[in-house]
Every structure is written in structure tokens, then in C-alpha cells.
Ligand binder design. Structure first.
Ligand SMILES: Nc1ncnc2c1ncn2[C@@H]1O[C@H](COP(=O)(O)OP(=O)(O)O)[C@@H](O)[C@H]1O
Ligand SMILES: [Mg+2]
Length: 275
């Protein structure tokens, strides 16, 4: 069953078609990756899905609900949460406070009973805190709930960003390059986290440059090029697609980038070179 359906989506910037007649579906419970060379339209796609940009054409249907053209807060309330490539963390707050802030939208919907005095505010606050603690545990930050964000290393901040998005209790979680800037060990931790989210039933749309991660965690991969669908399939299907290899050859170096084992070996060699 498809949780997300995108049909004929289009977005122009002047004469440039950044997204052009794009259609794809994301099945509930799947990890669906979006890859493509720089300028392919990945970020534009995320901005369209989350309501930051208004599409010129097409439909975006989440769980049966039309979202194209809806503002970002309505999209978030409909169950679509995202992380940002550039972290959107409040550095002067603790990890726990960051997640509780993320929870605000969700809780405000549930706040009515409290306002009607059906439930004391303090209970709502406690429930919010308890859920935020649970989410921090889930992303492996349980021991750092009271730490200020500016004291946490980058790898933990990426996890905190994910916990904050999860605080909305989304139906679909969009991750914008969750492994960018992470060392191989930290990136593997993100693999494990995405897998555990998927095992818990979460549907994930992942934009990521780290091919090893994409190949390991994705059920399906959508390859964008010049705003259109170049290929779509399982990681193995996409990795041996001649058009995909060519697109990467043109833009980002050898097709080895698509072969997990080879990419790993190249990474290890590069690491050894620095040592
Ligand atoms: N706000 C914008 N205004 C004008 N052009 C844009 C804007 N955002 C993206 N573009 C252009 O749209 C194309 C797709 O960009 P983008 O979605 O950022 O690609 P990707 O994230 O895959 O690298 C690029 O040619 C880019 O220059
Ligand atoms: Mg981008």
C-alpha cells in the first residue's frame, strides 16, 4: 500500500525545470531513497513535499490526503516531518528540550482537553517529557538528555535532529542527508537507526550521498537527473542500470561509487592515506 503518491509533480525556476513531470510512490513501511547528481532536484523535491515550495503542477498525496500547495505547518500536521541538511537544532537548549520543542506541534493538537481542564497542564507536560525521553533513547541519546546541544558532537546532533522530527509522530519521515559530515562509524550508526525505525513500521524517504548507506538500508531507490526520474528499483537494480552509471560518470566520478564494496574499499584506502 502506498503511503505517499506523487503524480506529475513540476517546479520551474524561471526557464529551468528543477522538477519535471515526476511521479513515484512510497510504500508504507519502506525506506525509499532519492539519489542523483548535484543539481538533479533532490532538495527541490523535499521542499515541494514539505510545503516550503508550491508546485507548478502535480499532486502530492499522503495517506489519501492532497498536500500539494498546502503550507508547511499543515503538511507537518498531516504527518510529514523532516530533518534538515543544515541542522536546525537550538544550541542553547538541552537535548531533551530540543525534542520537547519538536513535540510542541503534536502536543498542541492534543492540548484541547488540558485547556478544557479535562487534564491538568502539568500532566500534559509530563507526558511530553516522557515521550521526548523515549525518543532520545530510541536514537541512542538517552544518556545525554540533559546535555546542552552545543556540548554534543556532530554525530549526536544528527541523531538529535532525527529525534526532534520523530517527536511529531509523523507518518512519513524525510531525512535530508543524515550521514553527511559523519565518519564511517557514525554513518553506520545512522544505518542501524534507520533500520530500527523501519522495523518499528516508520516509512522513510531518504536523500543521501553516502552510497553505502543507501544501498544497505533502502528497499527502493529513485534516481533523479535533471528533475526527472532516471531510474527506480531495488538498490541492486539501480546499481547496474547503465543510465545511472552514466549519470554518475558524468557528474561525480567512477561508477564504483554505486558499488557498496568498492566504495567501502575506496573509503578505507582514503582513510589509510591520511594516517
Ligand atoms: N530557489 C531556487 N531558485 C532558482 N534555482 C534553483 C532554486 N533551487 C534550486 N534551483 C536549481 O534547481 C536545480 C535543482 O537544484 P536542487 O534541487 O538543489 O538539486 P540537488 O539537491 O539534487 O543538488 C539546480 O539547477 C538549481 O540550481
Ligand atoms: Mg541538494
Amino acid at each position: 500500500m502506498s503511503l505517499l503518491k506523487v503524480e506529475g509533480l513540476g517546479k520551474r525556476f524561471g526557464g529551468l525545470k528543477a522538477i519535471d513531470a515526476l511521479s513515484f510512490e512510497v510504500a508504507a513501511g519502506h525506506v525509499h531513497a532519492v539519489i542523483g547528481p548535484n543539481g538533479a532536484g533532490k532538495t527541490t523535491l523535499l521542499n515541494l513535499l514539505t510545503g516550503l515550495y508550491r508546485p507548478d503542477a502535480g499532486r502530492i498525496v499522503l495517506d489519501g490526503r492532497e498536500l500539494a500547495g498546502e503550507p508547511a505547518h499543515r503538511v507537518a500536521a498531516a504527518g510529514l516531518a523532516r530533518t534538515f541538511q543544515n541542522l536546525q537544532v537550538f544550541f542553547n537548549m538541552t537535548a531533551l528540550e530540543n525534542v520537547m520543542t519538536g513535540r510542541h506541534l503534536h502536543e498542541s493538537l492534543a492540548l484541547l482537553p488540558a485547556l478544557l481542564r479535562l487534564e491538568p497542564m502539568v500532566w500534559a507536560e509530563n507526558r511530553c517529557r516522557a515521550r521526548a525521553e523515549e525518543l532520545l533513547q530510541h536514537v541512542g541519546l538517552g544518556a545525554h538528555a540533559g546535555a546542552r546541544a552545543d556540548a554534543l558532537p556532530y554525530g549526536m546532533l544528527k541523531r538529535l535532529e532525527i529525534a526532534r522530527a520523530l517527536a511529531l509522530e509523523p507518518k512519513l519521515l524525510l531525512l535530508d542527508e543524515p550521514a553527511a559530515g559523519l565518519n564511517p562509524t557514525e554513518a553506520r550508526g545512522i544505518d542501524a537507526l534507520i533500520r530500527s525505525l523501519a522495523a518499528g513500521g516508520m516509512t522513510v524517504l531518504l536523500v543521501e550521498h553516502n552510497m553505502r548507506l543507501v544501498m544497505e538500508v533502502s528497499d527502493r531507490v529513485l534516481v533523479l537527473d535533471h528533475g526527472t526520474k532516471l531510474a527506480e528499483g531495488t538498490p541492486a537494480e539501480v546499481a547496474r542500470d547503465a543510465r545511472v552509471i552514466e549519470a554518475y560518470l558524468g557528474a561525480e566520478g567512477p561508477p564504483a561509487a554505486l558499488a557498496p564494496a568498492a566504495a567501502e574499499a575506496a573509503g578505507a584506502a582514503a582513510g589509510a592515506g591520511h594516517a
